[in-house]
Design a protein around this ligand. Structure first.
Ligand SMILES: Cc1cc2nc3c(=O)[nH]c(=O)nc-3n(C[C@H](O)[C@H](O)[C@H](O)COP(=O)(O)OP(=O)(O)OC[C@H]3O[C@@H](n4cnc5c(N)ncnc54)[C@H](O)[C@@H]3O)c2cc1C
Ligand code: FES
Length: 277
């Protein structure tokens, strides 16, 4: 069970996996995630469900190899099985009907945006996707997005494709208040914060899909605590999506940074072990 049926590189360090998961395939909704443990010795990490295939009884996930556990997953091959694959977890993303929707994502967030954009589109909204990448060769899932949305525009940091700059700069350069009535943003914390600030006075309902550090993914460990307005929420069970204009992004960034030393140590430890072998 939970065998890897296919593996496909999408960009440097970004890999798509198709995983056999009949129960999750039947139940998942856009915006939900799974807790994955690649090896029996690995930590559990949250990864978003991207697509599914009823015939193959499979789901796809996309992983960017940035640390110890994501690198352990990226090293697995088709035919291998992941040790744990638990989900679907979290609440489904909010959708509306008949609105002008802007879906914004940066980096691997584009994979996480795909099912949400498709859900908005399937619910009769006009969907514009504004996506960001470091450069042309880091753009992912462009063809799939174009099938799922009405308009797809890209911004690259180095200007090698589309708008020269980031997604929020592209939004401000090409759009004005009133162009969109609903929005969804996912990506690095500074990007989500900038999107929230840029649209605060636009009268736009903006949802952000948050990425706090998660340990159990089921509301037990308090690791994913976030402040939304005056309320404390757990992203794994109350989210991961919240009203972007109410999220305390500075606190989220501080909490994610708190684990950095331990993560570096884990990665260095793994590198040293691999060297000895
Ligand atoms: C609900 C949810 C859905 C996610 N979906 C995806 C996905 O579809 N694809 C994907 O590639 N990643 C996704 N992530 C992020 C992914 O879980 C982390 O990249 C992963 O946990 C890092 O583990 P690691 O051991 O490889 O790296 P670590 O050694 O733990 O961290 C390496 C570096 O990444 C940073 N980092 C760690 N965790 C996060 C995080 N949650 N968000 C942002 N930066 C982090 C650390 O601060 C550090 O700088 C998601 C996160 C959440 C909360
Ligand atoms: S990940 Fe433990 S409470 Fe959310």
């Amino acid at each position: 069970m939970n065998q890897i049926l296919a593996k496909r590189p999408l960009a440097p360090e970004v890999t798509l996996f198709e995983i056999e998961a009949p129960r999750i395939q039947r139940r998942w909704q856009p915006g939900q995630f799974v807790m994955v443990r690649p090896l029996p010795t690995s930590e559990r990490i949250p990864l978003t469900l991207v697509t599914s295939d009823a015939v193959r009884q499979s789901v796809t996930i996309v992983v960017q190899a940035i640390g110890k556990t994501t690198k352990e997953l990226a090293a697995l091959e088709a035919g291998d099985a992941v040790a744990d694959f638990v989900g679907p977890l979290g609440e489904a993303a909010s959708t509306t009907k008949g609105e002008r929707v802007v879906c914004m994502a940066g980096g691997v967030g584009v994979a996480e945006l795909l099912p949400v954009a498709k859900a908005f589109h399937d619910a009769s909204n006009h969907v514009t996707c504004l996506c960001g990448a470091r450069s042309d060769n880091y753009r992912i899932l462009d063809a799939e997005l174009r099938e799922a949305a009405d308009v797809v525009e890209w911004a690259t940091d180095d200007g090698s494709f589309g708008f020269h700059g980031n997604v929020v700069q592209m939004l401000l350069a090409r759009n004005k208040p009133g162009d969109f009535t609903v929005g969804h943003v996912i990506g690095p914390i500074p990007m989500m914060k900038a999107a929230a600030e840029a649209t605060r006075s636009w009268g736009l309902k903006l949802y952000a899909s948050l990425n706090p550090v998660m340990i159990d993914g089921t509301g037990m460990c308090v690791g994913c605590r976030v402040t939304v307005g005056s309320e404390v929420k757990f992203a794994c069970v109350d989210g991961p999506e919240f009203d972007a204009h109410l999220v305390d992004f500075d606190e989220l960034a501080r909490r994610n940074r708190a684990y950095r030393d331990m993560e570096q140590e884990a990665l260095q430890h793994q590198c040293r072990l691999q060297k000895v072998e």
